[in-house]
Design a protein around this ligand. Structure first.
Ligand SMILES: Cc1cc2nc3c(=O)[nH]c(=O)nc-3n(C[C@H](O)[C@H](O)[C@H](O)COP(=O)(O)OP(=O)(O)OC[C@H]3O[C@@H](n4cnc5c(N)ncnc54)[C@H](O)[C@@H]3O)c2cc1C
Length: 607
C-alpha cells in the first residue's frame, strides 16, 4: 500500500475551449515532470510566461529519482525549493562499498565545511514534483499549468510552434514562438519531430523496491558487490524520508521480470537482507535501462530537455540531476533570446554545452554498467583484480565502479567561455563553488544566494573591477564579508570573475579593463561569435621506447617469480591486478591507455 496517496490536481477547461480570453505565452512546455516544472519556474524568475501541458493529473507514480546532487540542490535553491528539499529529505555524503560482508572502502563526497547545500539529499521524485508544483503556484500570471492536456501533434514554422492538445473537454490548438519538450523518456514529441533516439540498451535486469520499515541502517549509500544476502550480483541501499528504504538488486540478464515481481519472490529476497523485522512494500518495479541521446537538443523552435533528450542508468543518479542542469543552462538563454537581449545563436550553445554533459553522463553510466555486469572471462578477471586491489591498496579503489555520482560538468573550452589568462582560483567553465559570507547587516549569507540568476562580476578581496554598464558587481570585503576565509580559499585573491546567470564562470582575470569585461560578456551572450577552442591534441605516447634499459630482465624475473605459485585459474586475475598496478604507477592515463590498446591490437589469433 503506497504511503504517498497522489492527490489529483484539478483539471480546468482551457480558455481555448471555454470561450474565456486565450492566454498567450512565448513558451509552451510539454510535460510537468521535474524538468518541465523546473523550466516553468526558472523562466518565470526571468519574467517569461509559459503554458505547461501535462497529460496526467498526478505527480510521479513510484519514487523513481531519489538522489539529488549538490549542484541540483543549488539550482533548486535558486528556484526556491532548495530549503524545502533539505528539510524534507535525508541528507547524506558518505558512501560505503562492500564485497560480500566486508567493507572494501568508503568515500566522503563533501569532506569540507562551508556549503549551504549538502552533497546529496534523498527525496522521492513525487515529493520533489509536489514542491515544484507548489512553487509554480507562486507565479499565477507567468505559469499556466494545465493538467490532463495531452499534446497529440506538433508543427513548426520558422516563427514558432503549434500543437494540438487533447483534453477531457475536447481538442484545441495552441501556438507559441518556442516549445520546450520535457515529455520524458518515452517522448512522443521526439517522434512528432521525426528524431532518432540513438544509443545502447542493456540487458541486465534490476529489482527496485521501496520498503517501509523501522531500521537503523545509516543515512549513507551502501553498495555491495557479491553480497552474502544476494550472491553473485550487486545490491544498493538508500535511506529515504518517511521510514522508506530504497533497495536495488541486480538480477542478471536472464531474470524473468514477471516472476521476479511476484510477492513471494520479492519478500524472500527482502527477508535475506533485512531479516525478520516487520516491513511493507511501498513500490516495486523490475527495470532494464538504456543510454541514449538525441543527436541535437535544439530543433529550430523545439528544444528538448531532460529524459526526452537523454537517458542513462540510475547508477550515479545522473538522469534527473542531468535534466535539472539542462534547465539551468537553457532558461536564461531562452529568456535572453525572447527579450531580444541575445541572438538565437545563444540557444545553439545550450546544444553544445548540454550535449557534452549528456555524453559525460552516458560515458559514466555505461562504464558503471560494464563494471557491474562483466561479460567474458577477461572482464571478470579484471573486475576481481580491481576489487582485490581496492581492499589492499588505495589506488585500487579508483578502478572500482559502483556508479560515479552526479557532479556538474565543466563548460571549459566551449564557445561562451573566455579562456583565462590569470592563474589560480576557479577555472572558467566550472560551476561556482558556494562559500559562507556575512552581509553588511551582520546576517549570514551564501555566495550563490548573492550571485542570483543574472550576469554578475565577482571581485575577490584586493581586486578592482571597472564598471561595465548593466553588469552588477559583488565585491568581497565591501558588499559582503568573507569572515571564515573560505571564499578566499576557493576563489583566490586579487581575481575578478564574470559569472553567468547559471552560476558558471564565464571568464577570470587579474586587473581586467572595462573593454575586456565587455568583450567577455558579449561572448557569453553569443553577441560576438567565438568558435570553441579545440582541446589540445594529446601527444601520442611512444610505446616502443625502451624505458627499462638493462633492468628489463629483472622485471621479467620478478613477474615469473610472482606467477610461479599462482594456480592456473588465478593467473589471469593476478596478471590483471599487476596491469592495474603498473598503469597506476605509470601515472599517465593517456600513455597507459595507448599501451593497452596497442598491445591488444598486436594480439593475432596465432600469438
Ligand atoms: C527507478 C528509477 C530511479 C531513478 N533514480 C534517479 C535518481 O536517484 N536520481 C536522478 O537524478 N534520476 C533518477 N532517475 C531518473 C529520473 O526519474 C528522470 O531522469 C526524471 O524523471 C526525468 O524527468 P522529466 O521531467 O524529463 O521526465 P518525466 O519525469 O518522465 O516527466 C515527463 C512528463 O511529461 C508528461 N507527458 C508525456 N507525454 C506527454 C504529452 N504528449 N503531452 C503532455 N504531457 C506529456 C508525462 O505525464 C510526465 O508527467 C531514476 C529513474 C528511474 C526509473
Amino acid at each position: 500500500m503506497p504511503r504517498f496517496n497522489h492527490p489529483p490536481f484539478a483539471y480546468r477547461t482551457p480558455p481555448e475551449l471555454s470561450g474565456a480570453p486565450p492566454r498567450l505565452a512565448p513558451v509552451i512546455i510539454v510535460g510537468a515532470g521535474p524538468i518541465g516544472l523546473a523550466a516553468a519556474i526558472d523562466l518565470a524568475l526571468h519574467g517569461i510566461a509559459s503554458i505547461v501541458l501535462d497529460d496526467n493529473d498526478v505527480v510521479s507514480v513510484g519514487s523513481r529519482a531519489i538522489c539529488w546532487a549538490k549542484r541540483t540542490l543549488e539550482i533548486f535553491d535558486r528556484l526556491g525549493i532548495g530549503e524545502v528539499m533539505v528539510a524534507k529529505g535525508v541528507t547524506w555524503q558518505v558512501g560505503r562499498v562492500y564485497r560480500g560482508a566486508a567493507e572494501l572502502y568508503h568515500f566522503d563526497l563533501l569532506p569540507e565545511p562551508g556549503h549551504k547545500m549538502p552533497a546529496f539529499v534523498n527525496l522521492q521524485q513525487y515529493h520533489v514534483e509536489m514542491a515544484l508544483v507548489e512553487r509554480a503556484s507562486a507565479f499565477p500570471d507567468l505559469i499556466d499549468l494545465r493538467w490532463k492536456n495531452r499534446v497529440t501533434a506538433l508543427a513548426q514554422s520558422g516563427q514558432g510552434v503549434s500543437v494540438e492538445v487533447t483534453t477531457p473537454d475536447g481538442c484545441y490548438r495552441l501556438a507559441a514562438p518556442w516549445l520546450i519538450a520535457a515529455d520524458g523518456a518515452r517522448s512522443s514529441l521526439r517522434a512528432m519531430v521525426g528524431l532518432d533516439f540513438a544509443g545502447q540498451a542493456f540487458e541486465e535486469r534490476f529489482l527496485i523496491v521501496d520498503v517501509e520499515m523501522a531500521a537503523e541502517f545509516p543515512a549513507e549509500r551502501l553498495f555491495w558487490f557479491d553480497p552474502t544476502f544476494h550472491p553473485g550480483q550487486s545490491a544498493l541501499l538508500h535511506k529515504q524520508p518517511d521510514n522508506l528504504w530504497r533497495i536495488d538488486l541486480q538480477l542478471g540478464p536472464d531474470a524473468d521480470s514477471e516472476a521476479e515481481k511476484q510477492p513471494d519472490r520479492v519478500i524472500a529476497r527482502l527477508r535475506a537482507i533485512i531479516g525478520e523485522r516487520p516491513f511493507e512494500i511501498d513500490w516495486m518495479s523490475v527495470y532494464t535501462f538504456q543510454c541514449r541521446r538525441l543527436a541535437r537538443f535544439v530543433h529550430d523552435r523545439v528544444i528538448f530537455a531532460g529524459d526526452s533528450a537523454h537517458v542513462v542508468s540510475p547508477f550515479g543518479a545522473r538522469g534527473g540531476n542531468g535534466g535539472v542542469q539542462d534547465v539551468d543552462n537553457l532558461c536564461w538563454k531562452l529568456a535572453a533570446v525572447i527579450k531580444d537581449e541575445a541572438p538565437v545563436a545563444l540557444l545553439e550553445t545550450y546544444n553544445e554545452e548540454r550535449v557534452a554533459a549528456a555524453d559525460e553522463n552516458i560515458r559514466h553510466s555505461a562504464r558503471a554498467t560494464s563494471f557491474m555486469t562483466p561479460h567474458g572471462a577477461g572482464a571478470e578477471a579484471l573486475r576481481q583484480a580491481a576489487l582485490d586491489l581496492s581492499a589492499q591498496r588505495a589506488f585500487g579503489r579508483r578502478f572500482v565502479n559502483p556508479g560515479r555520482l552526479s557532479s556538474p560538468s565543466s563548460l571549459s573550452g566551449l564557445s561562451l567561455q573566455t579562456p583565462a589568462v590569470a592563474e589560480g582560483g576557479v577555472e572558467p567553465g566550472s560551476a561556482c563553488p558556494d562559500a559562507p559570507l556575512r552581509g553588511l547587516d551582520g546576517g549570514p549569507t551564501w555566495l550563490l544566494q548573492q550571485l542570483g540568476g543574472s550576469f554578475r562580476l565577482l571581485a575577490c578581496q584586493g581586486a578592482s573591477a571597472p564598471a561595465v554598464p548593466g553588469l552588477g558587481v559583488l565585491r568581497i570585503g565591501q558588499d559582503v564579508l568573507d569572515e571564515q576565509r573560505l571564499f578566499a580559499a576557493r576563489y583566490g585573491q586579487g581575481l575578478v570573475y564574470l559569472i553567468r546567470p547559471d552560476q558558471h564562470i564565464a571568464a577570470r582575470w587579474t586587473h581586467p579593463s572595462a573593454e575586456e569585461i565587455a568583450a567577455a560578456l558579449s561572448r557569453a551572450r553569443a553577441l560576438t561569435r567565438a568558435s570553441a577552442v579545440p582541446p589540445p591534441a594529446a601527444a601520442k605516447p611512444d610505446i616502443d621506447t625502451d624505458r627499462l634499459h638493462d633492468r628489463a630482465d629483472d622485471v621479467y624475473s620478478a613477474l615469473i617469480t610472482a606467477l610461479k605459485h599462482a594456480p592456473p585459474a588465478e593467473v589471469a586475475r593476478l596478471l590483471a591486478r599487476m596491469t592495474l598496478a603498473l598503469a597506476n604507477l605509470a601515472g599517465d592515463a593517456d600513455a597507459a591507455i595507448a599501451t593497452i590498446q596497442s598491445v591488444a591490437q598486436d594480439q593475432s589469433p596465432l600469438s
